[in-house]
Each structure stands twice: as C-alpha cells, then as structure tokens.
Ligand binder design. Structure first.
Ligand code: COA
Ligand code: HC5
Length: 631
C-alpha cells in the first residue's frame, strides 16, 4: 500500500562529538531549528468514519460478539450525518486549525500531569547498560566523570542547534523533545502536576545535581569562561562530594518524590514552606540533569545482572537501598553504582524514549573515547551541599512515602532477557518487518498462556508532525487472532500457518504505517472524548460503553526503542493484571524486559518472558520448515 515507505525506519543521525571547549551558549531556539520545525506538517484529524470503522475492527478480536453488536449500534448512532460525532469532529478540526498540534497539550495533561499514580514503576522508564568493568569507588567516579562530560558534549549540540535531524520512513521528525529533556523537572501538585524547563532562560542553568548517600550536591559544570569542565576536573569535584557524604545518615528526602502524586503534592507544599528547603528543591529542579552515585546492591549471579539492574533503575530497591538517592521528578537521572551497575531513569512527561536513547548512545560512545587528560588545575569551588530542614511533619511524609514505596518495590515482578538465537536479521531475511514479527510473537505468547487475545498497545511515533508524541498501534488484530489460534492447531497445515503469519505481519506493518501518519484511532477517539467534555453536557454513549473501557485495558503494554548501544529498557505494566514489555532489537539478538505485578495471581513476568522466547523460536522454525509457496 505504501510501497517503499513500508520499510520504515528510524534513522538516528550520526552524532559527531563536538569540541569540548566550545563555550556554553544560551539555548536560543533560533533559525535552523525553527526553520526545520516550521517545515513539519501539522498533525491531521483523521476522518470520522475511518476511525469508527477501524474502531469496530480493533474491537473484534478482544470483545465478545454480543457486546460488539451493542457497540456497533452505538457507533452507528454516533457517526450518523448531523449527529454528535460530526459535531465533535468539527470542533476538533477547528482546534487543529488554531493550534500547532491539537493533541500534544491534551496528551501531556491526560497521559502524564493529571495521572496521579506514582511516577515510579507506573510512568518513568528505566534503561540498563551492560555491567561496567569497575567495582570500586575510583572506577565509579571515573565513569561518572566521563558520562557527565559526554552529556555536556551532547548538550553543546542542542545549544548550537547542530543536532542532526532524525528521520522515520524517509520523513524528517520533530526535534522539539530534545529541547525539553535537559534543565527540566516535573513539579507535583495536589490535583495535577506541571513541568518546568529552564533551558530557555536568559541565564540557563550551568550546574548538575549529584546525589550520594541520599545527600544532594550542586556541581557547577562550566568554567567561568563558559567552557565545560574537563573529565579530570569533574572527577576531582566528584571526589570532594564523595568524601563529604561518606555515610547515609541523613533523611532520604528524595523518597518523597516516589509517592502518589496527590500525597507528594501536599507534602511538597509543606516542604517548601521553609526557605532553605525551597532553595534546595529549586536547585535540583533547575539543574541540567542528576547523577546518582549508588551504593552497591546485594550481589546476585551474573545471569541476573540485567534483571537486578532493571529494578535498580526503575525504583532503586526501596529506602534501605538506593531509592533515597533519587529525585524521581527530575527528567533525567543517570545512575552509576559502585559495583559497575549503570543506566538511567527518566520522568516521561517531557519526552519519549528515542531522544533519551539518542543522548545515551552518544554518551556511551563518548565514554569509550574520552581519556582522563591532565589539565592545568585551577582550584574549583567545593560543590555546594543542599540542605533540608526536616520538621516532624516532613519526617512523617517521608515515612509514609517509604512504606508505600516498600509495597511498590515488592509488588514489581520483572524479568529481563537477552534472546540470543536471532535478531532483526532473521525476519528481514524472510522479507518481514522485525517489529511486526516480535509483536506477533508476543500475541502468540499471550495466547498460549491465556487462550485469548487481549487489548495490546504498541507506541507509534507521531514525530513526523510538529510537536508530535505518540499514538497506539493495536497489535491484537483480526489477522493476529487467526494466526495465534492456528499456530498450535494440529489440524492446520504449516503452509496455512505461514500464510496466516504473513498476513498478520502485513496487517501490523500496515497499522504501523497508518499510525505514524496520524491516522490511527486511539488519539482521535481521545480527542473526540475530550472535545465532548468541553462542548457537551454529558459524554456520548460510545465513550461510556464498557467495550470502550475494555479496549483501553491494555494487558500488554509494549514499546520498541531501538538503540545503538546494547542496552535494555524497561517500564511497569499499565493495568494491575497486565504486562509491560519493552524491547531493543539488535541485528542478531533481542534485548527485552517483561514486567508484571506480584499482587496479580494471573501474571508472571518470567513465564511471559519464556513464552516470548518460545514463540519467537517456534515462528522461526515454522518459517524454516515450510517451503515457500510459489506465486
Ligand atoms: N523486509 C525486509 N526488511 C524490512 C521489512 C521487510 N518486509 N520491513 C521492515 N524492514 C527493515 C526496515 O527497513 C528496518 O531496517 P533497519 O534495521 O536497517 O533500520 C528494520 O527492518 C526495522 O523495521 P521494522 O521492524 O518494520 O520497524 P521500524 O523500525 O519501522 O519501527 C516502530 C516500527 C513502530 C517502532 C516505529 O515506527 C516507531 O514508531 N518508533 C517509535 C516508537 C517510540 O516512540 N517508542 C518509545 C515510546 S516512549
Ligand atoms: C527508554 C524507553 C522508554 C519507552 C517508554 C514508552 O514506550 O512509553 C510509552 C509512551 C507512549 O506514549 O506510548 C508508554 N508505555 C510505556 C506505556 C508503553
């Protein structure tokens, strides 16, 4: 249908290391960036009837026939000429004319800032890097120093607007998210949160925050002439921080940020009543990013490294371990353990995974190259420790947050696997989209475990459009259902199974192409619903229909984030009885994380991870054992 465009790809431009000695410039969003942004198309509002038809098709494999019949009637009523659907559609179209992007602000509010669950596990993704080769304090600080210099090197490209534009399916992408990840932070509220970004200030921040033993420090990372500190200089500053925070004997104030957002919002208002506290919090919020120098975690076998490190990235292990070494509201936190564990966690509101991963890819390359060169030493100021006055009330809030976190930490079930039998190369050799192949394996794994299909979410990038974020690829389709049902059916011939697999893969790839072109159904339906809350006294029946709610109960919440670096990304499930699955397909292996909740007796991350491995292998065997039908 889309010819060559079906071979869609994310091309992350080659990120050249820029000079270390470039002066820090005020991040002015000027010519080059603006010209690029203005050249991008606006997010379209899909045709109403197209969305209604596709909605019914999406419901087919996940809804029982009686309910589907009822929904069909509601949808007919909704979209009839002169009906409520048309009215809302016109409202949306007007909004789209007026705004740069009709969806992005609504999405930021509903998906993030009005979502009240803790950001920990429920929203913030983690990224794990392969274990580093150190296991002591010197190694930890040397790596941290290189990493910080690497991020500053990337920042120079943002500041100078020399970041290469990325492409998807041959089309240039919106680069706005790159300007949102540094010098930004989420701020809790009692009903909804906000995000602040200081990157565009007249005098943008020139410091990062470093946390060690639950104590926060401001580290200025630019010299007075505007040049970034060298790796050597940063190392010396980190050493000073380490030496002045030898024991974790202070209140783990950062734990507050792991709490339910309303509770944290309330505690926050109380915390910043005190001037010192307010200034300390502000320093964290304004900092370019945060570096967490973690204590070693209990040692498990090397085989368990990925999974254990995944927990450390997602939640830090609870108040006994490293969770107090975080400010979870901070957009970007790099985590470097004394035992060689390394990765990051990021607060999701300002940006999607790919820009974070592009930054990480750059940093990892940088750390491989950069050596500690002795630079003439100008004595640098002692990094400033951030102080907090802990009143009994704040202490109580910390205790409450600790307890809630304890429950969350124990509830997270996760398994990170490296599937080493094949990677993208195999599906490509079969002329199949690797992403669709993995998604169909997930459908098969789920079907084998539960004997039914479930609503499945896969993130699709909308960054072809100005200020675009994501839409949903519905991986459970009529065609995927036919394939998974046939796969283990001994009455079916292999040739038929292959044909069904091919059809399911093609359907997935077609849905992906439709989604990245702004023609998927989920954000459109959300838009129509939000338009209704603005324009109508009550919601149209299609939106209070149980099928609608059921279709959004994503038992499989998945995402592909390709990285050049051999890393694994992870996030929590979005429903109490579901799975979160994130995968990074490499040429000859696939890294993936499966998460679930222990409190749900029906889910098991290790079993799902195993089922996925089996499904991938069985699909390969099927294709290899079945002679291709001659056309
Ligand atoms: N035959 C041979 N090769 C094929 C093929 C086929 N039929 N179909 C695809 N390929 C190739 C592609 O050319 C591409 O090649 P590359 O490795 O050289 O780049 C590769 O296989 C991967 O393509 P595919 O597996 O189809 O996936 P994709 O890269 O197009 O990605 C999405 C699909 C949905 C992940 C992508 O469109 C997207 O939206 N990414 C962003 C997701 C996101 O934002 N996630 C994070 C949210 S926070
Ligand atoms: C570092 C990788 C992070 C991936 C995070 C991700 O995929 O987030 C999804 C964002 C979106 O809008 O689709 C949400 N999800 C985790 C629930 C899939």
């Amino acid at each position: 249908m889309l010819g060559n465009l079906a071979r869609t790809m994310v091309k992350t431009g080659v990120v050249k290391p820029s000079s270390l000695v470039k002066p820090v410039s005020v991040t002015r969003i000027t010519g080059r960036y603006l010209a690029h942004q203005e050249g991008l198309p606006k997010l379209p509002v899909p045709p109403l009837q197209q969305t209604c038809d596709r909605y019914l098709a999406v419901l087919d494999p996940i809804t029982d026939p009686e309910e589907l019949n009822h929904t069909r009637k509601l949808v007919e009523e909704f979209q009839k000429p002169g009906g409520v659907g048309e009215r809302l559609q016109k409202g949306l179209e007007r909004r789209a004319m007026k705004m740069e992007n009709w969806l992005s602000d609504w999405w930021l509010q509903t998906a993030y800032l009005e979502y009240r669950m803790p950001v920990v596990i429920h929203s913030s993704p983690g990224v794990v890097l392969p274990r580093l080769e150190f296991s002591d304090r010197q190694g930890q600080m040397r790596y941290a120093a290189k990493l910080i210099a690497g991020v500053l090197d990337f920042k120079t490209m943002i500041d100078n607007e020399t970041l290469p534009v990325e492409f998807l399916g041959g089309k240039p992408l919106c680069m706005n998210q790159y300007y949102r990840v540094l010098s930004s932070c989420r701020i809790p509220g009692t009903k909804r949160d906000t995000v602040v970004n200081y990157a565009l200030d007249k005098k943008p921040p020139a410091h990062i925050t470093v946390v060690h033993n639950f104590q926060f420090f401001v580290l200025d990372v630019y010299n007075s002439d505007g040049t970034p500190l060298t790796v050597d200089q940063i190392y010396i500053q980190l050493d000073k921080i380490w030496n002045s925070s030898l024991q974790a004997n202070e209140e783990p104030i950062g734990i507050l940020t792991s709490n339910h957002r309303n509770s944290w919002g309330k505690a926050y208002n109380n915390l910043i009543k005190d001037k010192t506290n307010e200034e300390s919090v502000k320093a964290i919020q304004k900092s370019i990013f945060t570096v967490c120098l973690d204590a070693p975690m209990p040692h498990k076998s090397d085989e368990m490294y990925w999974t254990r490190a995944g927990f450390q990235m997602l939640h830090g292990g609870g108040s006994r371990w490293n969770s107090g070494n975080r400010w979870f509201d901070k957009t970007l936190q790099f985590i470097i353990g004394e035992d060689g564990t390394c990765g990051l966690i990021y607060e999701h509101a300002p940006a999607e995974g790919p820009p974070i991963i592009a930054l990480l890819d750059h940093v990892v390359e940088y750390t491989k190259k950069s050596e500690m060169v002795r630079t003439p030493m100008v004595p640098l100021r002692m990094p400033q420790k951030l102080h907090f006055n802990i009143t009994p009330e704040i202490k109580k809030d910390i205790e409450e947050a600790k307890q809630n976190l304890y429950i969350m930490v124990h509830d997270l079930d996760m398994k990170i696997s490296v599937f080493s039998h094949f990677g993208k190369n195999f599906p490509k050799s079969q002329k199949m989209s690797p992403d669709a192949f993995i998604q169909m394996a997930l459908q098969l794994a789920h079907y084998r475990m539960y004997k039914r299909c479930c609503p499945t979410y896969e993130s699709a990038s909308l960054r072809m459009f100005r200020l675009g974020r994501t839409d949903t690829i519905r991986s459970a389709s009529i065609d995927s259902a036919r394939f998974v049902k046939a796969m283990d059916d001994s009455t079916k011939q292999n040739t038929e199974k292959v044909a069904l697999l091919e059809k399911a893969i093609k359907a997935h790839r077609d849905y992906t192409d439709m989604a990245i072109r702004g023609q998927a159904i989920d954000r459109h339906l959300l838009g129509l619903k939000l338009q209704a809350t603005e324009d109508l006294p009550s919601l149209p029946e299609v939106f209070v229909d149980p099928s609608y709610a059921a279709s959004l109960h994503y038992k499989l919440s998945t995402s592909q984030v390709p990285a050049k670096t051999n890393c694994v990304m992870c996030f929590g499930p979005v429903v109490p009885d579901g799975y979160g699955v994130c995968y990074n397909p490499k040429d000859s292996h696939i890294n993936y994380a499966v998460s679930a909740f222990n409190s749900c007796k029906d889910t098991n991350a290790a079993l799902m991870a195993q089922a996925l491995e089996d499904a991938l292998l069985d699909m390969k065997t099927l294709l290899e054992q079945t002679p291709k039908a001659k056309l």
